[in-house]
Design a protein around this ligand. Sequence first.
Ligand SMILES: Cc1ncc(COP(=O)(O)O)c(C=O)c1O
Length: 392
Amino acid sequence: MTFSDRLSRFGDEVFASLDQQRLALESEGNTLYNLSIGTPDFIPAESIRKALAEAAMDPMNWRYALRDTPELLTAVCEYYLHRFGVSISPDMICSCYGSQEGIGHIGMVLCNEGDTVLLPSPCYPVFMAGAKMAGAEPRYYPMTKENGFLPKLEDIPADIADKAKYMLVSLPSNPMGSVGTPEFYNALISFARAHDLLIIHDNAYSDILYDGEQGNSFLSYPGARDVGVEFFSLSKSFNLTGARISFLIGRPDVVAAFRKLRSQIDFGMFLPLQKAAIAALSQPRSAVIEQCRQYEERRNTLCDGLTDIGWPVPRNKGSMFVWAPLPSGYSSSMDFCMKLMKEAHVICTPGASFGPLGEGYVRFALVLPPHELKNAICSIATSGILKGDHHE
Ligand SMILES: Cc1ncc(COP(=O)(O)O)c(C=O)c1O
């Protein structure tokens, strides 16, 4: 069987060897601290689960939904207004099965084969996959420590920006945990205008910012709605990760084109999930704020705890990830992750899996409570992995 050329654009699973080692350690009865996957351990509010369960009991809700219900669209509009002060209309909204799916497909809406797109490096993997799916040519803009892990717009060559169909920007960022500033977003909008470029803003962590910072919508900045769209996910704010609910929001022409592509392959979001989304969007904000506080406590525990045992890890500003430079003496993030798992029973993600600029780092997901993070830190300290005699 010969498979498509499209399929050959995707590499092999980089995590296979990490996974094998994890399974072997688990089968020997070891307790592992798994900080590799960004799926929250927090649970959805009872009101959300109830809304889903009750709607699922109604047999009429098992038909094809075919569209986003007016009730759901109203709930999204009201949420954007109250949460972000952004007034949107139903023609500016289209649901999708998670931002992952939406970003995976949007390249096909916007690009022809060979078109240029601008992506961050390091990069959340579906950004690359979406470009490849569309046959687009990714050009990467660096997000380096020297610039606070933010895009440096003035360093993007003008001819590449002129050619690019879209620029994907995702802040708070995964894996680096950096956070956008109003100055950055205003400059981004001017940049998009100057180069006739569509901005796709991925706002997966709009409710996970620390040190008193408030998350925002890209669309809240003047002029943003003329140059961009935003993916708004319910996965992390409301812990609906497995339910796969997200929305593309913004410029009506782009949203209509996205809806057109999706309608070729999809019959609409399961109606009980639409009810769950409405319940999530209508719940009081206090639960989301409290959850962010708990993420912050985890961040402090992990970053400060690792620093205290001789592995200096700066505090990230947002997202549910800590981006840790490799301890001194190590240079391969994959080798270090294998060793950390084997010797300290702590699992994290090699920075190299986010692209070449991710090498030299590992990513920890803040998916365990502080007392377990402390145990993980103790395990790292006692393993001796940070000591000179264990180095590569
Ligand atoms: C930056 C970023 N975008 C998108 C996603 C996927 O979100 P969703 O669950 O809505 O598909 C993630 C998940 O970790 C993410 O980190």
